[in-house]
Design a protein around this ligand. Sequence first.
Ligand code: ZN
Length: 349
Amino acid sequence: MNQKLICKACFAHGKQDIRIDDRELTYTDDDVVIKIEAGGICGSDIHYYQEGHAGLSVIKHPMVIGHEFVGRVDKIPKNSKLKIGQKVAINPSRPCNQCQYCLEGKQNQCTNMRFMGSAQFNPHVHGGFSQYAIVSEQQCFPYDETVPAQVMAFAEPTTVAIHAVNIAGSLVGKKVLVIGAGPIGCLIIAAAKAAGAVEVIASDINERSQKISLAMGADHVVSPLNQEALATFTHNKGYFDVTFEACGAAAAIESTVHVTRANGTIVQVGMGASPVQYPVAQMLAKEISWKGSFRFINEFGIAVKWLEKGIIDPRPLISSEFPYQQIEQALITATDKNISSKVIVTFFD
Ligand code: ZN
């Protein structure tokens, strides 16, 4: 039987129009109701707020934003393994589990994906910046009571980072470059270290991001404007076994081919500029593998464990925290990359 619940949520109405409104949630006996505790603002949330669209996904009706969020179990189905009051990280991915890609175990390629907090389809799929959310039991990943919600709010971006590392293949003993030290780049740095890389170097123009990359585990950080460093990395057909491009700028994408060793691997994670000029001749002559990495498949549970056990500590990335009532200020702050990395939004009251 359908039941109803009314709560407050953060709705994007269009360009620079975000409102806290009442939200009516309908759920059945098979659904899990989550009382949200915290969420992280991602680039797509900023795009929805600042531009009214994220890439090709345009806000056509009010949509609850946020796809990085955690909470506590509030209601459970009969025979559920979850416990009321338990802390859970929520996987925002809702693949159809019926299409060709889902059946092959490639759910990130699902042709009917309903990703929470995304305007890709109409009606849009509401996100988690809401006092309550309705999810399925498969989306819930319990975590230890002692871990702060603000830390576990990194479960989704950490999953994206672990997927990128999985795309790269074994990093044991490898020399790794991560271009772009935003939240995803820094989580890739931490994940690459955890996965056995012997040397992880970060590259970013921004001094603030450079410092954070070191706090997140980079052995060394360089500016892409540092010609001397670049010369070292391009010498002898390149220095890095694996290069992760998590910036997206055209010049950064082009540079990956020059700094990656022959037979090395480039993993493209940054969305950014497209199309770009690409040095195809150098890429093929060096027999470089160029791979894309998009969202994630089954890495969510690994990310939750790594955050729970402190294998990845995302706290250097937290730049500020706002209660959801100040969502507009939170989004404006998150937009300014000179002061913000990850802005956390809380729903504790
Ligand atoms: Zn599917």
